[in-house]
Design a protein around this ligand. Sequence first.
Ligand code: AMP
Length: 190
Amino acid sequence: MSKLNIVLFGPPGAGKGTQSAFLIQRYGLVHLSTGDLLRGEIKEETELGIAAKELMDRGDLVPDHIVIGMIRNKIEAHLDAQGFIFDGFPRTQAQAEALDEMLNAKSEPIVAMLALEVPEEELVKRLLGRGETSGRTDDSNESIIRNRIREYEKKTAPLRGYYQAQGKFKGIDGVGSLADITDRLVKAIG
Ligand code: AMP
């Protein structure tokens, strides 16, 4: 059977991490979040983590080669997976192209790009709320949050077009109850 490789797309605070948790359970997928992987490196105080922290704390993207390398290692470490949910990756055109190369080489392409759509003011509200408990520097203040959203608009949002051209883009209303949003995602996966 072909693998269910999905890109869960959307701005910071759209609910990608939360919804991934439901989808990995339902479909038996492996969750690959570059944000989580980077925070793991920071916690372990690796060289990579130390270099990434400064950029992440400002809300800037870390360089493509770093996240592409991390994703490559994880894909190779889970060759028996039923599929992957890519959460927070790809975030640039170069990352999207690298991901396609890796997956196409295995004849296991991305089957869908599910884009959670949430208005900016709701994103800011959610992230400030999360910041009260997440301990994440990048959730702690509004100007960093707005910088993350700007980075998304500038570098990441154009990937809609990249996946649209492949016929894989599906927009999902990301406002509502958690269960309703999960239902919309499940319907889109089909
Ligand atoms: P996230 O947990 O997805 O919100 O990511 C938190 C931060 O990690 C981002 O603001 C970036 O600084 C960095 N990051 C995560 N994923 C990527 C990626 N694919 N490309 C570049 N930077 C990333």
